[in-house]
Structures are given as C-alpha cells and as structure tokens.
Write a new protein. Structure first.
Ligand code: NAD
Ligand code: TYD
Length: 339
C-alpha cells in the first residue's frame, strides 16, 4: 500500500510518518511538502533512512506538480495534513490560508479523481465548530454541531471540509474527514502555545498569555491523533466525519503552569498581553463516534503527556534552536538550491 502524506515535514504530518513507518513496516510513504516556514527537513532525517520513505518538494495547490506526481506514484491513500495552521498568522495574512487550505485540498482531490484512489483523508480541526461557552462544561462538539468559524484559519479549514464532502456526494470520491482538538508533543513549531512557552521559559523570557488566560483548549497527545487517523483511513466509513479528542480540557493558564512546573521555572515569568482578536473561548470534543465505531481511545493523559513533551524539548534543544535562529531554512537552501 502506498500513502501520500502531504505536509509531512510539519508537526503532525511528521509524527504520522513515523507512526506509519513503525506500525505498517510494509507501507510505502511519499511525503509531499512545500517546506514553508513550518516545514522542516531535519524532522524527517530518520525517516529518510527508510527505503519505504521518499520526500517530494512541492505545493499541493500546484496542479503542475501534483498531477504528474500522482501519475508517477499512484498512491492508494492520500492523507492531507498540508496547511497553513496558525490562527495568529491567519489574522495577519489570510490569503495564503485560502490558497493552501482550500485550493490545495481541491487540487489534491481533483488528482484523486483523475488517477483513482482508495481513500482521500482530510485532516481537519475542531476549530470549524467555533467556540463553546466557558461556563457550560456540559456542552461539547459532536459531528452534528454546526460549522461556525471565527478566524480566517478556521474558515479556510471549514471550506475545505465542505468541498471534500461535496466531492464525496457529487463525484463519489471516497473521502473521510477528521476534526481533532489541539495537539501537542515532539516537533511542534515553537510559535504554538506549548513549545513557545517551553522555549521562552528555558531562556527565562516572559511568557505572553493572551487576555486573562481563561480560554480553554482540549489537548491531545499527537500520537493518539495519528492512531485515530490510521484507523479512519483503513476502517472509517466513506463520506463520514470523525471527531477526535481526549477529554483533556485545560485553561491556557493551567497549561502554562504545567510547563513552568515541568521546568522548575517561576510564575513571575507569566506576562498578560492583549487578547487575540476573535479569540475562541473554549473547544471541547465529544469523541463518542470514533470510540464506538472504530474502537479508538486516547492513551495519554495530559499530565503525563506534558511532562514527556517538556522533556523532549529539553533533550532536543538543537531541533528548535535551529528554527528560532532561522538556520533550518539555510539547511533547506543547501539541500535544494541545485535541484
Ligand atoms: P504545521 O504548520 O506544523 O505543518 C504544516 C506543514 O504543511 C508544513 O510542513 C508545511 O511546509 C506544509 N505546507 C504548507 N503549505 C503547503 C503547501 N501549499 N503545499 C505542501 N505543503 C505545505 O501544521 P500541523 O500543526 O502539523 O497541522 C497539520 C494539519 O492538522 C493541518 O491541516 C491542521 O489544520 C490540522 N490540525 C492541527 C491541529 C494542531 O493542534 N496543530 C489540530 C487539529 C488539526
Ligand atoms: P495556539 O497554540 O495558537 O492554538 P489555537 O489557537 O489553534 O488553539 O493557541 C492555544 C491557546 O493559547 C489559544 O487560546 C491562544 C493561546 N496563546 C497564548 O495565550 N499565548 C501565545 O503566545 C500563543 C501562541 C497562544
């Protein structure tokens, strides 16, 4: 079986590549990634050693790249992680989010139609459901919750979801979708809450908490997400949406405290800053469908997962220090300038 994994040089895509290489040693993996600021070839160094893995540099929104690649590789499964993924960046520059997240998804699905596919899986987010009130812990997102987006990022992801479902209904393309809560773990780009706080706390720099820090996110360890996607791709029903989440709701302040505790750093580093415009209050996933249909359940509780994540960033300083210094982009230049 051949998997095309798009966005595999990013956080979740790379974790998925490693998960699949270990779980399915016979599977072939072709990773298509544009290596934007968020993509990092260092992350895939170990994968490159495997004869079952190959990296292709290219843009999912570029038909001239995607169609010949499909013609050559004829993947059985496409798992689309490639995206612009940071809400704050989408507030500053929405255009690239629409281009990659919407048009890129369409181009991939057009190639799937042209060359045939067993499954196209779209990796989506709980952010398409908008937010929930903080004082109603009884409310959670189900697959029936209305789409109600807040940021250009979530609106672009919701658009891609609707187009994917339209390709299923109209063209019979074998599509599945998953909507996951906030992920954390190794290889997350240090602009997202947890790695940003770890990197800054290690340097004794102030920790910028938006607003009052009372916003709630539902945190899932990244390999639990990867396991869920693997199950959906092989056993999920076509045309269906699956919510993925771990019942690990925490306020941002609780998360930052957990990081400080893990590093033995003082609370005085916390610095409250102006809130994000349109900041979603609370996300919470009801994963009953994937638990009942596919037997998935999360394996890592937040307290244990955050401890091991903090330890990973402490032990792998080189990985994120290269990013902060910009050196990883020079590495890309070296690797690709003559290709
Ligand atoms: P990321 O930003 O770490 O990685 C994105 C990857 O996509 C990078 O390697 C980048 O180079 C690549 N990419 C960007 N534009 C591309 C293009 N036009 N063509 C090819 N490659 C391109 O993102 P992530 O956190 O790993 O998220 C992966 C997916 O999971 C996204 O679709 C995101 O919406 C979704 N998701 C993320 C979370 C989370 O908490 N991080 C939660 C739920 C869903
Ligand atoms: P983020 O990691 O950007 O994920 P998302 O916005 O997709 O949930 O942010 C997680 C939460 O942390 C969100 O409520 C915004 C907040 N946050 C801060 O308070 N400070 C920061 O520096 C960042 C990056 C995020």
């Amino acid at each position: 079986m051949k998997y095309m994994v798009t966005g595999g040089a990013g956080f979740i895509g790379a974790n998925f590549v490693y998960y699949m290489l270990e779980k399915h040693p016979d599977a072939q993996i072709v990773c298509l990634d544009l290596l934007t600021y968020a993509g990092n070839l260092h992350t895939l160094e170990k994968a490159m050693e495997s004869p079952n893995f190959q990296f292709v540099h290219g843009d999912i929104a570029d038909r001239g790249c995607v169609f010949p690649l499909f013609e050559k590789e004829k993947p059985d499964y496409v798992v689309n992680f490639a995206a612009e993924s940071h809400v704050d960046r989408s507030i500053k520059n929405p255009g690239v989010f629409l281009q990659t997240n919407i048009i890129g998804t369409q181009v991939l699905m057009d190639a799937c139609r042209e060359y045939g596919i067993k499954r196209f899986h779209q990796v989506s987010t709980d952010e398409v459901y908008g937010d929930l009130p903080i004082d109603r812990p009884d409310l959670m997102f189900t697959e029936q919750s209305p789409i109600h987006t807040s940021s250009p990022y979530s609106a672009s992801k919701a658009s891609a979801d609707l187009i994917a479902l339209a390709y299923y209904r109209t063209f019979g393309l074998p599509v599945t979708l998953s909507r996951c809560s906030n992920n954390y773990g190794p290889f997350q780009f240090p602009e997202k809450l947890i790695p940003l706080m770890i990197a800054r706390a290690l340097a004794d720099e102030s920790l910028p908490v938006y607003g009052t820090g009372a916003n709630v996110r539902d945190w899932l360890y990244v390999t639990d997400h990867c396991a869920a996607i693997d199950l959906i791709v092989s056993n999920g029903r076509e045309g269906e949406v699956y919510n993925i989440g771990g019942h690990n709701e925490r306020t941002n302040l609780q998360v930052v405290h957990a990081v400080l505790e893990g590093l033995g750093k003082p609370e005085s580093l916390i610095h409250y800053v102006t809130d994000r415009p349109g900041h979603d209050l609370r996300y919470a996933i009801n994963p009953a469908k994937i638990e009942a249909e596919l037997g998935w359940s999360p394996t890592r509780h937040f307290e244990e997962g955050i401890r091991s994540t903090v330890a990973w960033y402490v032990e792998n300083r080189e990985w994120w220090e290269r990013i902060i210094s910009g050196e990883y982009q020079e590495y890309y230049e070296k690797m690709y300038k003559n290709r």
